[in-house]
Design a protein around this ligand. Structure first.
Ligand code: NAP
Ligand code: MG
Length: 489
């Protein structure tokens, strides 16, 4: 008789889960990806390519074209041509059919897209499968519905498209950010030149394949890859009518400067440093889950991550104890494993930045706690980290870290926590945990944040507008509001 295998214990003495890796044999990646311009995949004029890797294995996945100014010009010309000759003239209900078709095709290829998203970006497959990809499809569905109803959305205002939209996106939600940008642009009758981030180009290129297969007229969507210089060339191209950017506040400021004095329309979705506020009447266990979801979800690579925790004094000890216990159970590791809670940090550069902040937090005098989890030997990983007794002047409290690092402060009164929560250059999002509806409404009126969750965190829906105050940018994406930046009246 075969010997029964003893179950394995993890570092905490709990039963360890057996690995449950998602299969990746069903996906296909080319060795080399060209630029998607005018409905075709074309070689970059200078013939340059760069490697894209998996941050969890550090292995090369494919080579991707590097677009220079000439390629950007070709893409903008293709978009302009498609705008003038086809897209602008097409009845809105016909435009809608293409957008619906893209949504359906994303659904049909959801498994493949989720696997590639996790391989290239490092996020757990559970997230790419259950959040990123379904939401990306939903954005296309939602905006497809608006395409022939713009007159109802803005009655009596005669909404008109702008022309060519230049769109630049970050690496934290590669496919979802592409959907947030492309879907409303198409629904409002604009054409697109989109650039994904240098570390996560693959799902945008898969989307290019989907768009090609969908039969969308050539040149309506162009997807070009490259570095920051490629992004700058899109922003500065004289024939681009609208710039939509999601990324860091520093680059957002550069972009705003460079388009000053032109008539380009612009939306900027920038960084954040959200306050997650827990009152002493909150359901503590639920709040602990919300805190974990708010900062460790997607390795803290979320612009609206709840990276500052404010706990009311009376429950601080209990909540912190429960939070530490919960952190010890988080599984950090292979993004392709369905058990994984915290995947890989997107790049070596980002991991270095996070580690720099962890050192800084220690030097600033906050008390560090890191979850007692096992760590993979290869790849870019970071332990979920807490800083207790952080103070308002600490850099770990003021600056966006964009990693699984939470700075904790306590408070006594509502006035105090509002003052502290708002005392920051950012204003993207916030969370409030309390049993009292009146307290929620009081807080939402006074917190300077574009999105406020109550007794939940990090929930997204295409029907709901999203965007920031202050240095978190301006303009809204999602919902009816998300149509406006792509229209003139
Ligand atoms: P990033 O460095 O600003 O890059 C964003 C995009 O801009 C990338 O495609 C990048 O290309 C490109 N880029 C770089 N320099 C440029 C320039 N001079 N002109 C035009 N484009 C340029 O940001 P990231 O590190 O990728 O993303 C993290 C940031 O995004 C965080 O600050 C986060 O808060 C923010 N974010 C905000 C939201 C929101 O909705 N508010 C959502 C998600 C993320 P390369 O990648 O090739 O350098
Ligand atoms: Mg860069």
């Amino acid at each position: 008789m075969a010997k029964k295998e003893e179950p394995k214990l993890d570092l905490m003495g709990n039963w360890a889960y057996a690995p449950a890796p998602e299969d990746s044999k069903h996906i296909h990646l080319n060795k080399k990806y060209d630029l998607f311009i005018g409905g075709k995949f074309v070689k970059p004029t200078k013939g340059k390519y760069f490697d894209t890797i998996s941050p969890s294995t550090e292995q090369k996945l494919a080579e991707v074209a590097e677009a220079d100014e000439k390629d950007v010009d070709l893409a903008v010309k293709a978009a302009r041509n498609a705008y003038d000759k086809t897209w602008k003239k097409m009845p809105a209900k016909e435009r809608a059919k293409y957008i619906f078709r893209i949504a359906r095709m994303i659904q049909e290829r959801s498994r493949e897209l989720a696997v590639i998203e996790s391989m290239n970006g490092g996020k757990p497959i559970r997230e790419s499968r259950d959040i990123d990809v379904p939401l990306a499809a939903n954005h296309f569905f939602y905006y497809a519905g608006w395409a022939d109803k713009l007159e109802y959305a803005f009655p009596g205002r005669n909404p008109q498209s702008l022309g060519v939209a230049g769109q630049i996106i970050p690496w934290n939600f590669p496919l979802l950010m592409a959907a947030w940008k492309i879907a409303p642009a198409l629904a409002t009758g604009n054409t697109v030149v989109l650039k994904p981030a240098e570390t996560t180009p693959l799902t945008a290129l898969k989307l290019a394949e989907i768009i090609q297969e969908s039969g969308l007229p050539d040149g309506v969507v162009n997807i070009i890859t490259g570095f920051g210089k490629t992004g700058a060339a899109i922003v500065n191209h004289p024939n681009v009518n609208k710039v939509a950017f999601t990324g860091s506040t520093d680059v957002g400021k550069l972009i705003q400067k460079s388009i000053a004095g032109t008539d380009k329309k612009i939306t900027l979705e920038l960084g954040g440093k959200a306050a997650n506020i827990v009152f002493d009447d909150a359901p503590i266990d639920q709040a602990v889950e919300g805190i974990v979801n708010g900062i460790f979800f997607n390795q803290g690579h979320v612009c609206c991550a709840g990276s500052r925790l404010f706990v009311q004094e009376g429950i601080a000890d209990e909540l912190i104890r429960k939070l530490k216990d919960r952190m010890d159970t988080l599984i950090v590791g292979d993004p392709m494993d369905k058990n994984t809670d915290v995947g890989a940090i997107n790049s070596k550069e980002q991991l270095d930045k996070i580690n720099h902040y962890i050192k800084l937090g220690n030097n600033e005098g906050a008390e560090i706690f890191q979850s007692n989890c096992s760590m993979p030997k290869k790849g870019y990983f970071c332990k979920p980290t807490l800083f207790l007794h952080a103070s308002q002047s600490h850099r770990i409290v003021q600056e966006e870290i964009f990693g699984p690092v939470l700075a904790v402060q306590t408070f006594r009164t509502i006035e105090e926590v509002i003052e502290k929560a708002n005392n920051i250059p950012y204003g993207l999002s916030a969370g409030v945990w309390t049993d009292k509806g009146s307290k929620i409404f009081n807080m939402t009126g006074k917190l300077r944040a574009g999105v406020i969750w109550a007794n939940t965190y990090n929930k997204f829906d295409p029907t709901s507008p999203f965007g920031g105050y202050k240095e978190s940018g301006f303009g809204r994406e999602g919902g009816l509001h998300g149509l406006m930046p792509y229209l003139k009246f």
